[in-house]
Design a protein around this ligand. Sequence first.
Ligand SMILES: Nc1ncnc2c1ncn2[C@@H]1O[C@H](COP(=O)(O)OP(=O)(O)OP(=O)(O)O)[C@@H](O)[C@H]1O
Ligand SMILES: [Mg+2]
Length: 239
Amino acid sequence: MLKIENLHVRYGNIEALHGISLYVKDGEFVALLGANGAGKSTTLMSIMRLLPPVAPVVSKGTISFKGVDLLSVAPHHVVARHGIGLVPEGRRIFGNLTVMENLKIATYARKDSGQISRDYERVFSLFPRLSDRKNQRGDTLSGGEQQMLAMGRAFMCGAGFILLDEPSMGLAPLLMQDLFRVLKELNESGTTVFVVEQNSHIALKYADRAYVMETGYIVMEGSAKELAKNEEVQKAYLG
Ligand SMILES: Nc1ncnc2c1ncn2[C@@H]1O[C@H](COP(=O)(O)OP(=O)(O)OP(=O)(O)O)[C@@H](O)[C@H]1O
Ligand SMILES: [Mg+2]
């Protein structure tokens, strides 16, 4: 479904990604692990074509999604035509819009209105707390509720593919588990998931496969089970 080959991205003179390759198959749950500054967000933002417009340049490599070369797609078409849903770092929900309006925004380019109604129902059944708060403003939600809303909004983009940038950040452990459980549930009913995490414990618990990234390189890859047992991964990332 998604295939990145030999991707190099630079910010000005500094190269942040030194030729990474990875793939996510239809229906998979894949994690990209790495410490601060490894290049995880840069990878996601390259897929979404949301790199800041000033310096960064994809200097080499390819990104394809369902056979389409994403690097030749206008940034606003990544969501509008291809429906890729992003849960960005820090959630970025619209504080002055209600829960319902935040979800609705994600559907602006969709034309499958029957499916859209079913997708709303799905979001509200996965997250009953959002259902109780449909008309509440985004900025009055708790951090956990905001993360639920960001996930719901990404799902409402409709491609059956969602990218998440460190969804566990700032959440209490129990809530983290709840959110990953919902993510797994979505995945088991057909949504493909690509999640970036520093929290390897939780990511390897729920993912099928994972990549480990260090300073702009992919240094390891394998099934989540294998990586969780791997000594180097344990030392570096699992404490
Ligand atoms: N706008 C920018 N301008 C210049 N350099 C940048 C910019 N954004 C990121 N970088 C650099 O690119 C590298 C990768 O950053 P990135 O944000 O992708 O890391 P990350 O793995 O997401 O880290 P974190 O876990 O802290 O979010 C870092 O060295 C960072 O300093
Ligand atoms: Mg990041």
